[in-house]
Design a protein around this ligand. Structure first.
Ligand code: ATP
Ligand code: MG
Length: 210
């Protein structure tokens, strides 16, 4: 099921190519959908090469990140790639799908993205989706909840993060060149992060894995 999860998410990103590009046309240079679809296609090719016998979530996630780093230019590609490569180190053959594992994954991905891109919450970037997801996964918020509820709440946090990006001016990336005029528009990277997480959750539910 590991490879199927990645395939499902990658195909969803390819299907959203025009949507993501349209969003980036409004506040950036109109290539986010193209970049993400290129990355997703590279990911689909890379995972076909992986040996099923010694596959685990960490190996898979590392391959995803490396494929993105090697094939996607621009800002988002290297940032997503770094996030996946860094976060892959938190996963191995013993990883379970629980709030603690997810929290560690997001914490490490976010740290990698921030080390490279120096953005913080409120700068109108992908981090405005990823950080709220991470915050919703903290032990005090997830105790007594099923993993199903944990994912629902994390997805709500991601959607709220995207909505929040409409209310703020961009401080990082190309969108920062238009400053206040970026207010009123969703950040493309915040939307792509939400789509990745939403389709990941959907795959788990559709296949009764949570
Ligand atoms: N420093 C950063 N930290 C985190 N995310 C960033 C940063 N800079 C840009 N992004 C994200 O990348 C997205 C744009 O990615 P895209 O694929 O369009 O690459 P790009 O056109 O080179 O980027 P940009 O125009 O932002 O420099 C933005 O919507 C934002 O979410
Ligand atoms: Mg762009």
């Amino acid at each position: 099921m590991l490879k199927e999860t990645v395939k499902f998410v990658a195909n969803a990103i390819i299907a959203e190519k025009n949507h993501l590009t349209m969003l980036d046309t409004k506040i950036g240079d109109g290539d986010h959908g193209l970049n993400m679809a290129r990355g997703a296609t590279a990911v689909l090719e890379a995972i076909e090469e992986l040996d099923d016998n010694d596959l685990n979530a960490g190996v898979l996630c590392n391959a995803v990140g490396q494929a993105i780093i090697m094939n996607v230019g621009g800002a988002a590609g290297p940032l997503y790639g770094t996030g996946f490569v860094e976060a892959s180190k938190t996963l191995d053959e013993n990883s379970n799908l629980d709030a603690e594992t997810l929290a560690k994954f997001f914490e490490t991905a976010i740290a990698g993205i921030q080390r490279r891109g120096h953005a913080k919450k409120g700068d109108k970037t992908m981090l405005d989706t990823l950080i709220p997801i991470y915050e919703s996964l903290q032990a005090d918020k997830t105790k007594d909840k099923s993993i199903d509820e944990v994912l629902d709440d994390a997805l709500t946090a991601a959607r709220e993060g995207v909505e929040f990006t409409k209310t703020i001016a961009a401080k990082r990336g190309r969108a920062s060149y238009i400053g206040e005029r970026s207010i009123g528009f969703e950040d493309p990277g915040a939307v792509s992060s939400m789509i990745i997480f939403r389709t990941f959750c959907q795959f788990l539910k559709d296949n009764k894995l949570v």
